[in-house]
Write a protein that binds this ligand. Structure first.
Ligand code: MN
Length: 732
């Protein structure tokens, strides 16, 4: 019989209780070692007390007990017993390695590292904390599981510490440990921690909720029993043996619902959750069918996490039905194995075995590795935290790749998010997307079940606009990462230039400073990592050129001279202006905007040569970027609609566009100069002109002129049409 895990504080738990419990699921464990770990910890913590007044050893015993409930391996349980010995006692990692094993010692060292993280500002420290924890658990995921068990017991006994400490620890738990437990799929721990956080962060809300849930307890229990009986009976009539559990939902999930819907407790209807445990997947669907034919299901609430598991490997069928007495009840249907994974997540993979080689554990590790890789490339910890949190909140819609693979993305995700979900490279080079075989703009909002094909181009790179389009943390962070890299390169270039020019004022150069060792001295003095970082610091304005020059012995005295000071100032300002004007120009480089892709290879079609003001449409070519045609262009009629993409003129673009006009006139001497003059009079430049005599004493002229946009072209045409000898004017 499965029961929800209970992590309550056990006041009198003894090592022999632990031994017995481990024996029940792992009979061949090394119990001598387990007892030895207890005695080792007991001796180390001798005389120490918890805030509750209990002797300290109850804490490691409870941590070990939680790990046993999660069915963790012996190493983790032993590490749980020893987890505070290095930090609080005179024990060294070598002692633990000698007495136990290297891997146990490593887990304990990892835990000690996590607990030693120093606080800076509030926001920043949590993020930093999280970052370091990710680093710690990358070596051994068990570190974080033992840490969660440790935190669980600390939260369970939080009433004994000061109010201030309660709030601080509870907030940290909610910010860091809850998301971690969730990401690792350890839902039993996650739900329990959430409820405890609510209790200490919002005690009034918590106790009110607890009271209300408790109020109709006997009534509710009767109701639960009757629903259970009814379900079992229905299912049995189809010879389906099933275990049914029913209970009120966790306080925190009720609380979240109240907040998100902006309603009172009384208005929350579905506070009861039932779980049906069956033997295999076929039975899951069979049970679902029976439930749906016995109770009215609520539309839109059915979710199939068996066919499409959550990122943390969670599998289950979810549905909400109207139960007896018109009460809404949530139902989860799953197998025993799925239930185990749902409760204990990644911990389930240490069950009965010492090592960790299993498909889903690998994918959990991959997640950690991705985080670590990202960790290397991001500057601020809060940015890192942001990315982690929003990835954790993912879930919502399921998108298919052309090959039929499925990705889960959050609500509101765009094709750009999907591109980044496939691979960073795909995201970085994304030029467009086809959803269900139709071309869509990048900002298109994807819907569950959409099949998405991403179009890429080697010349494409991310732009700032993309940050507005991307909705997932992953895409956001990858785009920022790219922009950051580009910015660094720009700063580096600018910084080197400013530095070189400033040195020239003193008749020296970077090369000379490298030679005489001054550069190395500067790097050391300003605590920089490399000469690149020196240039970046100058380019970004973090370090003043003057300050650096003043630190160079050979020119130090001259720098103080006012003339030189002005000169350096001038160089810096000039270079900055220059780099800014370059930047601005690049923003206006493209005459056409195709859905925020400003760096994209876009060309104007020769066949219709559109100019600003003409209604245009983009055509996605094979490998040559996008060609822009007039909407009425004949070519567009012939291409397939699904390769067309909306395009617009960039209003910032100030360059002129060449356009040809054909003028037919009565053949009179001096007519060419007359037309040219009137064009020039309205300030339009003629690039070339061609004249031809026609029959019937008519003349034909083709002018290539440059106009700003369509309205300017109309002005030119109107002007020429006004001339008495002119028969017709056409754009060609
Ligand atoms: Mn502890």
């Amino acid at each position: 019989m499965h029961r929800p895990l209970d992590f309550s504080h056990e006041r009198d738990v003894k090592v022999e209780d632990l031994v017995r419990r481990v024996q029940a699921y792992y009979p061949d464990a090394d119990f001598v070692m387990l007892r030895k770990a207890f005695h080792f910890a007991d001796r180390a913590h001798k005389g120490q007390k918890r805030s509750s007044g209990e002797s300290y050893i109850t804490h490691p015993l409870n941590v070990a007990s939680t790990l046993i409930k999660l069915r963790m391996d012996l190493d983790s349980i032993i590490a749980g017993l020893l987890h505070d010995t290095i930090e609080d006692c005179d024990v060294t990692p070598e002692d633990i390695e000698k007495e136990f094993s290297e891997s146990i010692s490593q887990v304990v060292v990892g835990l000690t590292k996590i607990s030693k993280i120093k606080f800076k500002t509030k926001e920043e420290s949590q993020a930093e904390n999280f970052r370091k924890m990710v680093v710690a658990m990358a070596k051994d995921l068990r570190v974080i599981i033992v840490k969660l068990a440790d935190r669980m017991h600390n939260m369970r006994t939080l009433q004994y510490v000061s109010d201030e400490k309660q709030k601080k620890i509870a907030q940290e738990t909610l910010d860091i440990y809850v998301p971690l437990a969730s990401r690792l799929g350890i839902n039993s721990v996650k739900a329990e921690l959430e409820d405890l956080c609510l209790r200490f962060l919002k005690p009034e809300t918590y106790y009110k909720l607890a009271e209300k849930v408790a109020m109709k307890k006997s009534e509710r229990e009767l109701y639960i029993k009757s629903v259970k009986d009814e379900m079992v009976e229905k299912l049995l009539s189809y010879s389906l043996k099933v275990e049914v559990r029913g209970r009120p939902k966790h306080f925190y999930s009720i609380y979240k619902k109240m907040i998100s819907r902006g309603v009172d407790f009384e208005q929350i209807q579905d506070i009861l959750a039932f779980r049906l445990i069956v033997s295999n997947i076929t039975e899951c669907y069979k049970a679902l069918g029976i439930i749906h034919s016995s109770f009215i299901p609520i539309p839109g609430r059915f979710k199939d996490y068996i066919a499409i598991p959550k990122v943390n490997n969670y599998q289950s069928l979810h549905t909400t039905v109207i139960g007896p007495g018109a009460e809404r009840i949530e139902i989860q249907i799953r197998t025993h194995d799925m239930d185990e994974v749902a409760e204990t997540g990644v911990a389930a993979h240490w069950k009965y075995k010492e090592g960790l080689v299993s498909g889903s554990t690998k994918s959990q590790l991959q997640w950690v590795e991705e985080l670590l890789e990202f960790n290397k490339n991001v500057e601020s910890s809060s940015e890192f935290m942001e990315a982690v949190k929003s990835d954790l909140d993912s879930g919502g819609i399921f998108i298919f790749t052309p090959k039929g693979d499925v990705r889960e993305l959050r609500y509101g995700a765009t094709p750009l998010d999907f591109a980044y979900a496939i691979h960073t490279e795909v995201g970085n080079h994304c030029v467009g997307a086809k959803v269900n075989s139709k071309m869509v703009p990048l900002k298109y909002t994807l819907k569950s079940g959409d099949s998405v094909e991403i179009l890429t181009s080697k010349t494409q790179t991310p732009s700032k606009d993309w940050l507005k389009i991307a909705k997932t943390g992953r895409a956001q962070s990858r785009i920022k990462q790219w922009l950051h890299k580009v910015e660094r390169a720009k700063h580096r270039e600018l910084g080197q230039e400013v530095f070189e020019k400033s040195l020239k004022v003193f008749s020296t150069s970077i090369k000379a400073l490298v030679k005489n060792g001054d550069i190395e001295r500067i790097i050391r003095e300003f605590k920089l990592k490399s000469d690149d970082e020196l240039f970046i610091s100058i380019g970004s304005g973090r370090l003043q050129t003057k300050t650096i020059l003043k630190s160079i012995p050979s020119i130090k005295d001259k720098v103080v001279d006012e003339n030189f000071e002005d000169k350096i100032e001038e160089i810096t300002t000039f270079s900055r202006k220059l780099s800014r004007s370059v930047k601005k120009k690049s923003n206006k480089d493209n005459a056409i905007i195709v859905d925020g892709m400003d760096d994209l290879m876009i060309r104007v079609a020769k066949c219709c040569n559109p100019i600003p003001g003409d209604p245009i449409i983009g055509f996605v070519t094979r490998g040559r970027g996008i060609t822009v045609h007039m909407k009425k262009c004949n070519v567009i009629d012939k291409v397939s609609v699904d390769r067309c993409i909306p395009a617009d003129w960039n209003e910032e673009f100030k360059f002129r566009h060449p356009v040809n006009i054909k003028v037919i006139t009565h053949d009179k001497p001096g007519i060419l100069s007359q037309i040219s003059k009137s064009i020039n009079n309205i300030g339009i430049n003629i690039k070339s002109a061609m004249a031809k005599s026609l029959l019937d004493k008519k003349g034909s002229f083709i002018f290539e002129i440059e106009v700003k946009d369509y309205s300017e072209l109309l002005k030119v045409i109107g002007c020429i049409e006004g001339l008495s000898e002119v028969i017709s004017v056409h754009r060609i």
